[in-house]
Design a protein around this ligand. Structure first.
Ligand code: GLN
Length: 492
């Protein structure tokens, strides 16, 4: 194993090399830094890197801890003390996080080393990372395509071998969808499973932090480190955390997988549909029983999501006013002018659109018609899932209706962009868990673009969807393929 081979490895493989003292945490960081220098010029996954601090942590790393000495990339909306936390927004220019998010403390306690912050759609609002107020991130499979979003930087880093694993956040699909579009694994935990303390809030009743990794086992390893109760987050669940990695090996005999009929509708790319059909057959051949189920309120999910997410965002983003931190306009006439111009100059167009929509649905006269009604339909969507989970252990669907699309293809019409969340946002509304794992390729202009299979699980049943995803992954070859930009360097 030479230094140039290291970036291709996953976390589980690194663990054994580190424990056998075949590689040191500092060597790992060095290999990663070299790879980032070559690859990230083109991919653009990172917003900031701090190898100096990481190197100090690596020097003292205890490789016998669960993630001892493993560098992890962090979406730049999660606070790492002393590091920038831009949320990919100009309004947080110059801001450094004064404290650590709980997940960062937990990762460090497990021995992991956060070393860099990854790009995202501004404040995690988007599905392509094109809404970043800072830079473009490209899909490692095809540089003219988006990596998905909003955790596009984390996904592109893992898919281009510039991170062994990463944290992202998922409010309506932002972990699962970019994982699908870049051919990696992404897990959105049950609402409350992972602490949100230190995560800059977008929509507080929907946001969850979770892992993006090369393999299902690696996702389980990160979950082992970050899951669990946190008194600092009042919505965090005080429930025991299983060992997700130990629980992985389990065969699928007797497992009931529900196929929601509302999810196989028109608008799905035919190549995505073919891949999902094949994945369902494959799961069936592994012993899973496939049952038809119905989630009758699915058609309202996207609308409900965009009412509730914007309402919560409009309240959460009120704190960015240029008074105590971040960007501040120059020479304001008075206080009102200061607020107005700071926010006008600091926020990008999508964030402004959401603040306006959210303020509208919360305003008196419209509150009952939009916000309150959406809350009621949210409850119906939650009930759809609880009913279906009486018949099925988990549900299967595509993660995204389409593979990665070209830059600019969906930016002109925000609604087109919103519709890419059609299969993911219900899970956030219902608070359940979901995972995306690669199940095929679409061929477009002689290029291969990954397709993701989504498995949705009952509340706190992450272990089960990890098991199913693991069985699928280990009995297929998809996870062995790697993005061309990484492949050329793997074979160099
Ligand atoms: N694409 C969705 C949105 O724009 C979801 C984003 C997310 O999960 N953070 O709101």
């Amino acid at each position: 194993m030479t230094a140039k081979d290291l970036p291709a490895l996953g976390i589980a493989e690194l663990q054994s090399l580190l424990r056998q003292r075949e590689v040191s945490p500092r060597e790992l960081l060095e290999a990663l830094r070299d790879r980032i220098e070559i690859v990230d010029r083109e991919v653009g996954a990172y917003l900031s890197l701090d190898f100096e601090a990481a190197d100090k942590e690596a020097e003292k790393a205890n490789v016998d801890l669960p993630l001892g000495g493993v560098p992890i990339a962090i979406k730049d909306i999660i606070s790492v003390a002393g590091q920038p936390c831009t949320c990919a927004s100009k309004i947080l220019r110059g801001y450094r996080a004064p404290y650590n998010a709980t997940v960062i403390g937990k990762l460090r306690a497990a021995g992991a080393i956060p070393f860099g912050k990854t790009n995202l759609d501004e404040f995690a609002m988007g599905s392509s990372t094109e809404n970043s107020g800072i830079k473009l991130t490209r899909n490692p499979w095809e540089l003219s395509c988006v990596p998905g979003g909003s955790s596009g930087g984390s996904a592109a880093a893992v898919a281009s071998d510039t991170a062994f694993g990463a944290l992202g956040t998922d409010t309506g699909g932002s972990i699962r969808q970019p994982a699908a579009l870049t051919g990696i694994v992404g897990l959105k935990p049950t609402y409350g499973r992972v602490s949100r303390f230190g995560l800059v809030a977008f929509a507080s009743s929907l946001d969850q932090i979770g892992p993006l990794t090369k393999t299902v086992r690696d996702a389980a390893l990160i979950m082992n480190a970050i899951a669990g109760h946190d008194p600092q987050d009042s919505t965090s669940l005080d429930e025991p955390v299983p060992d997700y990695a130990v629980a992985l090996d389990h065969d699928l005999r007797g497992v009931k997988l529900g196929l929601p009929k509302e999810y196989m509708v028109e608008g799905i790319d035919p190549q995505v549909k073919t891949a999902i059909d094949a994945a369902v057959k494959h799961l069936n051949s592994l012993g899973a029983e496939i049952v038809d189920v119905s989630l009758p309120h699915t058609e309202y999910a996207t609308a409900v999501y965009y009412i509730l997410a914007t309402a919560e965002a409009s309240a959460n983003l009120a704190r960015f006013d240029g008074v105590r931190y971040g960007y501040r306009t120059e020479n304001p006439k008075d206080l009102l002018d200061h607020y107005g111009r700071t926010r006008e100059e600091g926020f990008g167009p999508e964030v402004k659109r959401r603040i306006i929509l959210g303020t509208y649905v919360l305003s008196s006269g419209y509150y009952d018609a939009y916000y309150l009604r959406a809350q009621k339909v949210r409850e119906l969507i939650r009930q759809d899932f609880s009913k279906v989970f009486e018949k099925a252990d988990a549900l299967i669907s595509p993660t995204s209706p389409v593979p990665a699309f070209k830059f600019g293809e969906r930016t002109a019409d925000p609604l087109q962009m919103y519709l890419t969340d059609i299969f993911t946002c219900s899970a956030n509304l219902a608070g359940i868990c979901g995972i995306s794992v690669q199940c095929g390729f679409a061929e477009i202009d002689e290029k291969r673009l990954p397709i993701g299979l989504q498995l949705l699980g009952k509340p706190l049943d992450e272990a089960r969807i990890l098991q199913i995803a693991h069985a699928f992954e280990q009995s297929t070859e998809w996870h062995k393929a790697c993005a061309p930009i990484a492949a050329t360097l793997r074979n160099a």
